[in-house]
Design a binder for this molecule. Structure first.
Ligand code: C5P
Length: 227
């Protein structure tokens, strides 16, 4: 039977790269649910919808022609035929994505798509029924509380800021860390209004990566999988 692994965590916890590596190691598909909220945000801007018009945003997201790739080697994101993989990572999107992600109708719609993608892998999809690693903020709790393995990947605020600074600015000096603070701390605070990803829910294993390097973190998650 197929294996479903759910991984949640705050921004800068290393969730995406760790989840991708875990999927690769186990030969599973990979679903980046954050990319779906980012793509929805990109699409709303493209369509000229004011983000504070909740009903209009929900309608536009429901009609969004989104195609999510689930190959961990190349998880493409396409909206209406456009490859948005790079565009959705830009600061213009990161700084406003919470406004879309806190729209409950959007969450219901994207949650439905996420469950469908997970069920497709359970039934034998990309990796022929071996399963999927799905990663985000509410996968262990709302989208796939029935996953075989559920992990909350955490790290201290200091570690998360340093990682994001290195990623975005290529340095983790004081200035780079400050420039990153809004992206990490403010966004997590905004997201926390509708999703809880700071404390592990019942039955969810916590992996704290503050003192671990990348390979050690991947191994720690794989250890939870084989337990
Ligand atoms: O993980 P990433 O930083 O790409 O997520 C982008 C945004 O998508 C988050 O800040 C959050 O607003 C939203 N998100 C969410 N629920 C998820 C995954 C992401 O609300 N499961």
């Amino acid at each position: 039977t197929a294996l479903v692994v759910a991984i949640d965590g705050p921004s800068g916890s290393g969730k995406s790269s760790v989840s991708k590596a875990v999927a690769r190691a186990l030969g599973l598909a990979y679903l980046d649910t954050g990319a779906m909220y980012r793509a929805a945000t990109w699409w709303c801007r493209e369509q000229g919808v004011p983000l504070d018009d909740a009903a209009a945003v929900a309608a536009v997201v429901r009609a969004m022609p989104l195609v999510m790739g689930v190959d961990p080697e190349a998880p493409g994101v396409h909206v209406d035929g456009t490859d948005v993989g790079a565009a959705i990572r830009r600061t213009e999107i990161s700084s406003i994505v919470s406004a879309v992600a806190t729209n409950l109708e959007v969450r219901a719609e994207l949650g439905r798509l996420q469950r469908a993608a997970i069920d497709a892998e359970r039934a034998g999809g990309f990796s022929h029924g071996r399963g999927i690693v799905a990663e985000g903020r509410d996968i262990t709790t709302v989208v796939a509380p029935d996953a075989d393995v559920r992990v909350l990947l955490t790290a201290s605020e200091e570690a998360r800021l340093a990682r994001r600074a290195l990623e975005v600015h290529g340095a983790a000096d004081a200035a780079a860390v400050e420039a990153t603070r809004d992206q990490v701390v403010r966004r997590d605070a905004d997201d926390s209004a509708v999703v809880q990803f700071h404390v592990a829910a019942d039955g969810v294993a916590t992996v704290d990566s503050s003192a671990l390097d990348f390979d050690e973190t991947v191994r720690a998650v794989l250890d939870v999988v084989v337990q």
